[in-house]
Ligand binder design. Structure first.
Ligand code: FES
Length: 360
């Protein structure tokens, strides 16, 4: 495949504005080594990144963290996204964002809000978040979002402690006035990998939850969109992670490093370029990390001769490294991977131990 000729435009930019966060979720997707506050890009740099992203073809920016509301200049950053012509989605824990601040963000041009809620039951939700009172604050913020007329997505991360309440979670999202709910099974990278045995559901639980999501989609068709991120430890085929490496999206860390996916730093030897030294265009087109697994030339068997290679792109590079020890290997969740049996062995390790909370 001629990668340069076939280079697609990215559609989405994940802007990790800060790694600071009030919550301690045991499945936190931030990297193990956090960027410090003093290293964070300032609002003017984000404004430049947004302009460069728009000229690359990016349509949406996801303002994420950590907790983006930890930034005092969040309103300026939202305004910069609007000025660049990007659709802005604020991904928030719902803790630390006051109604007044939310109002200011709406005035600055914010287009959409996504609130993560840990469970449909208050005590369990607060326990998972490692923050007493989080559930009530998230619900209150969701009400403010709807009052302002902003579209709301509720995101719930699913694991052994809450997997039995998928139906209640969808009901909760409906009651809050969300137009979309994302039921996302934990993906085991970073902090989630540390807590894998405490979070891992059983195969029966997962099958039941997947069936429930299908039934709920039919029942609530036209009222709410239900998206599901499937639990790949029990899958036979891998997910096309991030829509294929270097094909659809970019991830900018708080300190300005540009990654092809949020977990890419787990892969040793990759060279990431930074927006402080390079334009986003240069980084997208030719930075070593983006080139490493773009296209299909890097593949080895069984991916190389697989009919699915242009559809699933060999699955997740980070998971291939974390489980098989080789980022060029087929994602071990694929039943054709020589390491597939290892995935079943890892999924069978379940321990009722306290969470190792993430505190930044
Ligand atoms: Fe990095 Fe899947 S999380 S490629």
């Amino acid at each position: 495949m001629n990668v340069a000729a076939a280079l697609p435009a990215p559609l989405g930019l994940l802007a990790e504005l800060t790694h600071r966060c009030p919550l301690g979720c045991p499945y936190c997707s931030n990297p193990l080594a956090l960027d410090s506050r003093s290293d964070e890009l300032d609002a003017a740099s984000w404004a430049r990144v947004f302009r460069e992203a728009a000229s690359l073809g990016v349509l949406q920016v996801h303002l994420s963290g950590g907790e983006p509301a930890a930034r005092r200049d969040l309103k300026d950053i939202v305004a910069a996204a609007r000025d660049a012509g990007l659709y802005s989605n604020l991904i928030t824990s719902g803790v630390g964002l006051t109604p007044q601040a939310l109002n200011g963000l709406a005035d600055a041009g914010l287009d959409h809000v996504q609130i993560s809620i840990q469970d449909s039951e208050q005590s369990s939700a607060d326990n998972i978040a490692g923050y007493k009172g989080a559930f009530a604050r998230k619900n209150a913020l969701a009400a403010e979002v709807v009052k302002l007329g902003l579209p709301l997505t509720v995101n719930v991360v699913v694991h052994r402690a809450n997997i039995g309440r998928v139906e209640a979670m969808v009901d909760m999202a409906l009651a809050l006035g969300a137009g979309r709910v994302e039921i996302a099974h934990v993906q085991y990278y970073g902090w989630a990998l540390k807590n894998r045995a405490a979070l891992m559901p059983t195969r029966e639980q997962v099958e039941q939850a997947v069936g429930q999501v299908e039934a709920l989609r039919t029942r609530h068709h036209g009222r709410i969109v239900i998206d599901a991120v499937v639990p790949d430890y029990y899958a036979r085929f891998p997910k096309p992670c991030v829509g294929g490496w270097g094909r659809r999206s970019l991830n900018v860390t708080p300190a300005g490093k540009v990654l092809p996916c949020h977990a890419a730093e787990v892969i040793p030897g990759l060279e990431f370029w930074n927006v402080r030294q390079h334009s986003l265009n240069e980084i997208w087109r030719s930075s070593p990390a983006f080139m490493a697994f773009r296209g299909t030339d890097w593949m080895q068997e069984p991916c190389k001769s697989c009919a699915m290679k242009e559809k699933d792109f060999g699955g997740c590079r980070c998971q291939a490294f974390l489980i098989a020890g080789d980022a060029r290997a087929a994602d071990p969740v694929c039943h054709l991977s020589p390491h597939h049996a290892l995935v079943a062995e890892l999924a069978a390790v379940r321990e009722d131990v306290p969470y190792d909370y993430r505190h930044s």
